[in-house]
Write a protein that binds this ligand. Structure first.
Ligand code: ADP
Ligand code: MN
Length: 173
């Protein structure tokens, strides 16, 4: 895997976390600061129809993981990508040089998701996902633990600090 990674001139970063933790805000600011490509998987799935229909129970698209991975293979090989998604276990491990898990305090996350107009069920599922650190566990199981980093995302200052940390990391790569 190390050999695959070393062929890239620029690293790829995965930004994951429970919905509402600030993945898209952080990824977009980091892309502005670094000229890296922001790939929002949710948007890509919608634009390119990389799904198997709508899930009424979960109130979201049923993502087709194989189609998503096929779509991104060439871009990922070139490096310089920031991938933004609330899941991380289906991407090829070799794609990423750094995996960031954003984490938000429960009451703060509750307000953000409430403002998004999430249903009670969806709210409850996502708050539980955050309480049980589901994405951090998923990231540690899917990638080498030394490339997985959890970052707090409660405030605007946290966003600025995280973007600065990640910009420095990219420059040093
Ligand atoms: P995600 O992509 O993880 O679902 P978003 O980036 O869309 O999350 O953020 C959800 C909402 O919460 C947005 O309104 C955003 O402005 C706000 N937000 C996200 N992270 C923070 C933060 N660290 N501090 C303050 N507000 C935040
Ligand atoms: Mn998002």
């Amino acid at each position: 895997a190390a050999n695959d990674n070393s062929k890239r001139k620029k690293p790829n970063i995965l930004i994951t976390g429970t919905p509402g933790t600030g993945k898209t805000t952080t990824s977009s600011a980091l892309a502005d600061a670094t000229q890296f490509r922001h790939i929002n998987i949710g948007d890509l799935v919608k634009e390119k129809n990389l799904h198997d229909g709508w899930d009424d129970d979960l109130d979201c698209y049923v993502i087709n993981e194989d189609l998503v991975c096929d779509e991104l293979e060439d871009l990922m090989e070139g490096g310089g990508n920031i991938v933004d998604y609330h899941g991380c276990d289906f991407f090829p491990e070799r794609w990423f040089d750094l995996v960031i898990v954003l984490q938000t305090e429960n009451s703060v996350l509750y307000d953000r998701l409430h403002n998004r107009g999430y249903s009670e069920t969806k709210l409850k599922n996502n708050i539980e996902c955050e309480i049980f650190q589901v994405l951090l566990e998923e990231a540690k199981e899917s990638y080498s633990e030394n490339i997985v980093m959890a970052l707090k995302s409660d405030t605007i200052d946290d966003i600025s600090r995280n973007v600065a940390t990640l910009t420095d990391w990219i420059r040093a790569w």
